[in-house]
Design a protein around this ligand. Structure first.
Ligand SMILES: Nc1nc2c(ncn2[C@@H]2O[C@H](COP(=O)(O)OP(=O)(O)OP(=O)(O)O)[C@@H](O)[C@H]2O)c(=O)[nH]1
Ligand SMILES: [Mg+2]
Ligand SMILES: [Zn+2]
Length: 299
């Protein structure tokens, strides 16, 4: 028996800097501080805690099933733990960065989390271009769900319900893509703050500033996790030699390389570069691979 087993168990449902909101199995939310200096728990963590006055103290974080995080040059940013799946949101407008999208997919692949792409704002003119840019992702086996969360909410809800049922789902993506709109659609009493795009872009401001866990049903069997939009997405946690294997379109060809330790840059007999030349891997995906590889080499 571990020494914390006698303490109450709770679920971290929100983090605000140095303190957390912890939900009891009965659904009560307690304001908690971590014991000591380090505050290394994240939304989705199961923790052991005890009462201290009218607040609580987190004594222990239970082992995690998985953890989605990014690692920039100087800091590590954890998104959430113990996830069943990830939805990466992009939109017809603002135009999305394929590099950011790929980075989120590589992080989730590395963490072993099932991932779908949601392409939102299908009502806007940019949808055709956005759809075409996502075609390579569909081809590599990633499901792309096209929605108009605000413009056609009933249709969006019908598409999402079976995907979300019984799952803990993190909603991740750049600012202004509709993450909070999705939460509000699926969780009627969530009241997540939704920002106007023009405002958000002009001020460089993110409407959502902290990660938050919402139950979509009274039985608390399905959950959605809203998160702040990201700009930077470092992948310094990835081993350079593993990078290609975390990109499904590249992975399909690494068995054809002459050298087992091929970096797919300039080696002769490279299966990945041959696939780029044939058009089986897009130029932009190969460019993103080289860009991330160069970052990892500079450690
Ligand atoms: N045209 C159109 N706009 C939408 C749609 N869905 C959401 N929006 C708008 O997109 C803007 C941004 O939505 P949010 O839900 O705040 O985006 P977010 O991803 O939560 O943004 P951050 O919290 O800053 O990361 C709002 O003005 C929404 O009303 C849609 O289907 N079509
Ligand atoms: Mg938001
Ligand atoms: Zn190669």
């Amino acid at each position: 028996m571990a020494k914390f087993d006698a303490l109450d168990i709770g679920l971290v449902v929100a983090g605000h800097g140095r303190h957390y909101s912890v939900e009891t199995p009965e659904g009560r939310r307690v304001h908690c501080h971590p014991r000591g200096k380090k505050s290394d728990c994240v939304v989705g963590d199961r923790v052991r805690w005890q009462t201290s006055g009218d607040e609580g103290v987190i004594e222990h974080v239970e082992p995690r099933r998985n953890l989605l995080f990014r690692q920039d040059e100087w800091k590590t940013k954890s998104f959430a733990a113990n996830l069943d799946q990830l939805l990466v949101l992009v939109a017809a407008d603002p135009v999305f960065s394929e590099s950011q999208l790929s980075r989120a997919l590589i992080a989730s692949e590395s963490a072993g989390i099932v991932t779908r792409i949601v392409l939102n704002k299908a009502d806007l003119d940019g949808i055709g271009t956005a759809r075409a840019r996502l075609a390579p992702y569909t081809r590599m086996g990633i499901e792309v769900v096209e929605l108009a969360l605000r413009a056609r909410p009933d249709e969006a809800r019908a598409r999402l319900e079976p995907i979300l049922r019984g799952q803990a789902t993190l909603v991740l993506g750049p600012s202004g893509t509709g993450k909070s709109t999705l939460i509000n659609l699926m969780v009627p009493d969530a009241r997540a703050q939704v920002g106007e795009v023009s405002q958000a872009l002009n001020s460089g401001r993110h409407t959502t500033t902290s990660t938050q866990w919402y139950w979509t049903d009274a039985q608390r069997s399905s959950a959605l996790i809203d998160s702040p939009g990201f700009q930077e997405f470092g992948l310094r946690q990835i081993d350079a030699a593993e990078l290609a294997a975390l990109m499904p379109d590249l992975r399909a060809h690494i068995g054809d390389c002459r050298f087992y330790n091929c970096t797919h840059r300039q080696e002769p007999g490279c299966g990945v570069r041959a696939a780029v030349e044939r058009g089986d891997i897009t130029e932009s995906r190969y460019r993103i691979y080289l860009e991330i590889l160069a970052e990892l080499g500079r450690r």
